[in-house]
Design a protein around this ligand. Structure first.
Ligand code: NDP
Length: 607
C-alpha cells in the first residue's frame, strides 16, 4: 500500500486517518505472526480418531470389491464431480462414468457440513449452479445448507449420475499402467478398478484440521469438529434447536466463517457458552430474504451467467459499471465507484487507483467496526470484536445474529489477544493462565487449504515411469492450466491450484468442468487414447502462474495471518500451489479461446 494518497481534500472528509489505520493493522498482524505458521495445525484424524468417521451413514456397509474397467473414474462427488458429470453428459458421454466418493451421497462440502446455521454466504442465485437449466430457483437470497445439499442431489438425478457410484469408498492409490494406458484405482474397499481417464477433486475444504494447541488430545469431555457435528449430543438439527445443551457448558475454538454461523445457535441453547477468539472476523449485515417475486418476474434468458460474471468481475477488481449483486461482497467495489465519482465531480484526478482501492477498503471496514459498536452493549467486548485488517485478508463474513449473541448473559467472549488458546486440559480450556471448565468443546478450526495438493489428496498417485505426484511436485504443483500434468497421462485435476479463481467457488468449478468435459469428450469421439500436456506448454503456464503471484505479494504481506497467506509465512506461500492470481474473467475467456482452437494446443494426443 502507498503510505500517503494523492492529497485530495475528499480523502480527509472520509473521517479516518489512513496512515494510523495502516499502523494499527500492522500492529495487530504482528501480534498474530508465529514462527510455526502452517505447522501450527494438526489433522483431525490424528487427534480425534473415531470421531471423524461419517456420522450420516449407517455403520456396517459392505460390498464386493470391483476389479472391472470403466472409461472414466471421477474421484469426488462434490460440486466438482457433479458439474463434471453434468458437462460430460452434455458432450455425449452417456456411459462408462463411475464416481468414487468418501461420503454416503453426493454433495461434498454440503454433505459433510451440517452444523446448525450452515448456509452459503454467496447469493444462492449465483452459487447454486445450473438453476436456469434445471428450471429451479432458491427459496431465499442466501440458501441454507440443506437446500444446497438438495440441489446437489437434484443435479445428480437430472444428469443420471447415481447410476454408477461407489459411495463410502476412499481411494487409496492411483497407478498408471503404461502398457494398457489405463489407471488402476485402488480403494479402501479392496477395489482395483481400471479406467482410461481419472478426474480427481479433493475439494478445497475437504480435510478438517485442529489447532495444535498443547493438550488438544487430552480433553476428556465431549468434543467434535464443526464438519462432523454431533447432533446425538447437542440435539436439534441444521436449523438449530440444540435442546440437549441447556445444562451444559460449551466452549468453541475459532471465530471464522463457520463459527459465525453456528455460534448464534449454541448461544441460544447452551447453559453457558465460551467463545475462544484469536482474530475477530469482519462480520457485515446479512439481510437475508425470500427472493423478490418482481425480481424473479423480470429475469431474461441467460440471467444466471450474467449475474455470475458480474460478481466475479466486481470481486476481482475488473472494470464494470453495474453491480448486479448489491450485497456485502461488492461493498468495496461500490465504495470505490462512489469515491471515483465524487473526485471526478470535483475535477480531481482518479489516476491513483491503488490508493483509492485502499480508501474504499478502509471505508468498508470502518463501517463494519462501527456496526460492532452499534450492536454490542459491553464496550470491552465490542473492542475485542473489531477486526483490524483489509476486507479480503480473511474470508468476509455476513450474519445478523452473530454479534447480538454476545449480548446474552450466558455467552462470554474469551479474547486471547491474538495469541490463541494456551492449553487444553482434561476438563477445560486455558487462556492467559485461567482455566474455563467445559463439558463440550467444539473445534471450529477450519480445513487444510494451503497444504500441497499432492499431500492433501491423502493417497499416492504414480504416473509414467513410476514417478509419484508427491516427488514430481516437491517444489510445487506443475500443471497445464491447472488441469493436466506432464508425466500423469489422462489424469485431470479439479482444484483451485493454478486455475482461475472466483470468490464464488462454483463459478470456477463450472469452468473447470466445462473444460475437462470438452477434452474428454473429444478423446471419446475421436478415439484418442492418451492426453498429456507437453513439457513446454506446462512450463509456460507455471511461469505465468508465478508471474501473476508476484503482483499479489505486497498485499499478502500486509495481511493478518490466515490460510490466504500461508498464515503469514510468505516463504511457504508457494505460488505454484495457489490459484492463478491473474484476472479470472480473462482466464476463463482464454480457456474458451483455447477450446475454439480445435487443435488443443499444448497437448500431446495419442490415438
Ligand atoms: P477458518 O480457517 O476460517 O477459521 C478457523 C478459526 O480457528 C479461526 O478463527 C482461527 O483464528 C481459529 N484458531 C486457529 N487456531 C487457533 C488457536 N490456537 N486458538 C484459538 N483460535 C484458533 O475455518 P472455518 O471453518 O470458519 O472456515 C473455513 C472456510 O470455509 C471459510 O474461509 C470459507 O471459505 C468456508 N465457509 C464458507 C461458508 C459459506 O458461506 N460459503 C460458511 C462457512 C465456511 P485466526 O483467525 O486467528 O487464525
Amino acid at each position: 500500500m502507498q503510505e500517503h494518497g494523492g492529497g485530495s481534500a475528499l480523502d480527509e472528509e472520509l473521517g479516518f486517518d489512513p496512515v494510523a489505520l495502516r499502523a494499527r493493522y500492522r500492529a495487530e498482524r504482528d501480534k498474530r505472526l508465529r514462527p510455526d505458521a502452517l505447522d501450527q495445525f494438526v489433522r483431525l484424524r490424528d487427534q480425534l480418531a473415531g470421531e471423524s468417521a461419517d456420522p450420516y451413514v449407517e455403520p456396517g456397509f459392505t460390498r464386493e470389491p470391483l476389479t472391472d474397467e470403466v472409461d472414466i473414474v471421477m474421484v469426488g462427488g462434490g460440486f466438482s464431480g457433479l458439474l463434471l458429470g453434468a458437462h460430460l453428459r452434455k458432450v455425449g458421454v452417456t456411459d462408462g462414468l463411475r464416481f468414487v466418493e468418501r461420503g454416503g451421497d453426493f454433495g461434498g462440502t454440503w454433505y459433510w457440513n451440517r452444523y446448525p446455521g450452515a448456509a452459503c454466504d454467496t447469493a444462492s442465485t449465483i452459487y447454486l449452479p445450473m438453476l436456469e437449466e434445471l428450471g429451479s430457483l432458491p427459496s431465499r437470497r442466501y440458501a441454507p445448507a440443506p437446500e444446497i445439499f438438495e440441489h446437489c442431489r437434484r443435479i445428480a438425478s437430472t444428469f443420471d449420475l447415481y447410476r454408477d457410484v461407489c459411495f463410502q469408498t476412499e481411494v487409496t492409490d492411483l497407478r498408471w499402467d503404461e502398457d494398457a494406458a489405463r489407471w488402476i484405482v485402488s480403494t479402501n474397499r479392496g477395489d482395483a478398478m481400471r479406467a482410461r481417464f481419472v478426474i480427481v477433486s479433493p475439494g478445497p475444504m475437504d480435510r478438517p484440521k485442529l489447532a495444535g494447541i498443547p493438550g488438544v488430545e487430552s480433553f476428556k469431555g465431549h468434543s467434535f469438529h464443526t464438519s462432523r457435528w454431533d447432533y446425538d449430543y447437542t440435539g436439534g438439527t441444521a436449523d438449530g434447536g440444540l435442546d440437549r445443551l441447556g445444562d451444559r457448558t460449551v466452549g468453541i475454538i475459532g471465530t471464522g466463517a463457520t463459527a459465525v454461523q453456528c455460534i448464534p445457535h449454541l448461544a441460544a441453547a447452551a447453559g453457558q457458552l465460551y467463545v475462544f477468539q484469536r482474530t475477530p472476523s469482519a462480520v457485515d449485515a446479512r439481510d437475508n430474504a425470500e427472493l423478490d417475486p418482481s425480481w424473479v418476474a423480470q429475469l431474461q434468458p441467460g440471467w444466471q451467467q450474467r449475474l455470475i460474471d458480474n460478481f466475479t468481475t466486481l470481486t476481482s477488481g475488473g472494470p464494470v459499471d453495474e453491480d448486479l449483486s448489491q450485497d456485502g461482497w461488492t461493498a468495496v467495489a461500490r465504495n470505490l465507484r462512489q469515491l471515483m465519482a465524487r473526485r471526478t465531480e470535483r475535477g480531481e484526478p482518479i489516476d491513483d487507483l491503488a490508493w483509492l482501492v485502499q480508501l474504499a477498503d478502509f471505508q468498508t471496514m470502518e463501517g463494519i467496526r462501527s456496526r460492532v459498536d452499534d450492536v454490542i452493549a459491553d464496550p470491552a467486548t465490542a473492542e475485542a470484536l473489531k477486526p483490524w485488517y483489509d476486507r479480503f485478508c480473511k474470508r468476509p463474513c455476513f450474519h445478523d445474529d452473530y454479534l447480538p449473541a454476545f449480548n446474552r448473559p450466558n455467552v462470554t467472549l474469551v479474547d486471547t489477544g491474538g495469541r490463541g488458546v494456551e492449553r487444553i486440559t482434561e476438563t477445560g480450556v486455558v487462556v492467559a493462565g485461567r482455566e474455563y471448565p467445559i463439558d463440550c468443546l467444539v473445534h471450529s478450526t477450519g480445513f487444510e487449504v494451503g497444504t500441497p495438493f499432492a499431500k492433501r489428496l491423502g493417497y499416492g498417485v504414480t504416473g509414467r515411469g513410476g514417478d509419484t505426484l508427491l516427488d514430481r511436485w516437491a517444489g510445487g504443483a506443475q500443471t497445464h492450466h491447472g488441469i493436466l500434468a506432464h508425466g500423469f497421462p489422462n489424469l485431470f485435476l479439479m482444484s483451485h491450484v493454478q486455475f482461475g479463481f472466483s470468490l464464488n467457488f462454483t463459478h470456477f468449478i463450472a469452468e473447470q468442468a466445462k473444460h475437462i468435459a470438452y477434452i474428454v469428450g473429444r478423446a471419446h469421439t475421436e478415439g484418442i487414447r492418451v492426453v498429456e500436456p507437453t513439457p513446454a506448454a506446462q512450463d509456460a503456464w507455471v511461469a505465468e502462474v508465478e508471474r501473476a503471484a508476484r503482483d499479489q505479494r505486497a498485499f499478502q504481506s500486509e495481511c493478518t495471518p490466515s490460510y490466504f497467506n500461508a498464515e503469514g509465512d510468505l516463504t511457504r506461500l508457494n505460488a505454484r500451489n495457489s490459484p492463478y492470481g491473474g484476472s479470472p474473467t480473462a482466464f476463463f475467456a482464454m480457456l474458451a479461446d483455447w477450446r475454439a482452437d480445435a487443435t488443443m494446443p499444448g497437448l500431446r494426443l495419442t490415438t
